[in-house]
Write a protein that binds this ligand. Sequence first.
Ligand SMILES: [Zn+2]
Ligand SMILES: [Zn+2]
Length: 128
Amino acid sequence: MPTVYSLSCTDCDNAKLFGFIQVPFMVLDDGQRRNLPHPGEDRAAKHQTGLSVRQLRKLGRIGRRNAFTCERCLDFQLFADDEVVDSCAACGHTTVLCLGDLVGKRESHLKCAKCRTGSLVLAATGRS
Ligand SMILES: [Zn+2]
Ligand SMILES: [Zn+2]
C-alpha cells in the first residue's frame, strides 16, 4: 500500500490528497517513456518491452518522475529530472513545485486559494 500525502492549508480545511510523490517509468524500444503502473510493473514492462523491470533497470531504462503541483491551481503533474518543467499544463502558470521538496516543510510558497492567508504544506498521512 502506498503512502498517502496530503497537501493541506495551515489555516483552513482546504486539502488535497496525493497517492504518491514519485512514479517510475520505463523507456520503450522507440525511446518513449511510459509510467509503470503499480502493482503490476513487471507485467506492464514485459508486455511493452519483452523485458522484466530488473532487466530494464540493468540497461538503464528505468527512471523516475517526480510529482509536481502547480502553485496556482494545484494541478498534479509528473516530470523526470531531465524533463523541462516550465509551466502548468492546466492553467499555464509558470511556478510548479516539486512535491518531494515540500515534504515535512512547515511552510511553503503554495498560498491557499480558499482562505488566502494560509499556506499549503505537505505531510505523509499514513497508508491507504
Ligand atoms: Zn495550474
Ligand atoms: Zn486556507
